[in-house]
Design a binder for this molecule. Structure first.
Ligand code: IPE
Length: 265
């Protein structure tokens, strides 16, 4: 698909990860404006948006251990509690996008994806590609997912992007968070890793610490590992880990001027 970009708005960027159920409304409004402006500047750009769960879904997800599997009635109640939180934030995000004038449409993964042991097994993408063909902006989110082995699980936005990338071959995957990349000396942050490749991944791995706040979906190390795997499979895809905190950064990234840590083959 020509010039397809996947953009994630990280949970740490759009929520206050240290306070339960706290959206960052002004940040969301600004990001939505930047996305709209970028699409105005590049009408040929096809965009799939994804977003994390931050202080919404991660809190019940940890309480019930949902990612590890869902078996007991109590755990299924937990599954629904996580879904409820992910869904609530999704509505807030989609409203912000619509308010900015974007033709956003939510395609909730919990209703469409089937996993097997924590990996996407089935996910028909026809609705998503139809949305793109009609110049809409499909929105997905880290979500609870039915799983043939675990009963239920949670897939992060990155887990879902991996499947979309394998099927639709985007040029760029943009992961906007709070950190402006991966640092060799986190938390001092004086030496940024400019590039991660399948070849240097093992040397970079010790720098990929856990993220601040609650995170049930593997933190930075798990995310980078799967994106390096993707770069190995498809040398034309590049992923950027960057900060969406500076005004204009997301817009610039969408226009091909990302600054941060690049993951590519
Ligand atoms: C987490 O998704 C999903 C749930 C906990 C329901 P992500 O892994 O994509 O979210 P963030 O960016 O870490 O918040």
């Amino acid at each position: 698909m020509t010039d397809l970009t996947l953009l994630k708005l990280g949970g740490s960027l759009i929520t206050d990860k240290l306070r339960e159920r706290a959206p960052r409304a002004e940040v969301l409004a600004r990001l939505a404006d930047e996305i709209r402006a970028a699409l105005e500047q590049r009408p040929d750009l096809r965009l799939v948006l994804g977003h994390g769960s931050g202080s919404f879904g991660h809190v019940p997800a940890r309480r019930y251990g949902t990612r590890g599997g869902v078996r007991t009635p109590e755990q299924w109640r937990g599954f629904v509690a996580v879904w409820q939180q992910a869904r609530a934030l999704n509505q807030i995000v989609v409203e912000a996008l619509l308010d900015a004038g974007l033709p956003a449409i939510a395609l909730p993964p919990s209703a469409a994806v089937l996993a097997e042991d924590g990996r996407v097994k089935e996910w028909p993408l026809a609705p998503l590609t139809a949305a793109l063909d009609h110049r809409l902006v499909p929105v997905i989110n880290g979500d609870v997912i039915f799983d043939t082995l675990r009963g239920g699980t949670i897939l992060s936005t990155e887990d879902l992007f991996l499947h979309v990338a394998r099927c639709l071959h985007p040029r760029r995957i943009l992961l906007a968070g709070l950190e402006d990349g991966v640092y060799e000396d986190f938390p001092a942050r004086t030496r940024r890793v400019e590039r991660i490749t399948p070849r240097n991944f093992d040397t970079v791995l010790p720098f990929l610490g856990q993220s601040a706040g609650v995170d049930v979906t593997g933190g930075m190390a798990g995310k980078v590992r799967s994106l390096v795997e993707l770069a190995r499979e498809d040398a034309r895809i590049e992923t950027w880990i960057f900060s969406g905190e500076q005004p204009g950064a997301v817009q610039a990234a969408l226009l091909g001027e990302a600054r941060g840590t690049r993951i590519s083959a």
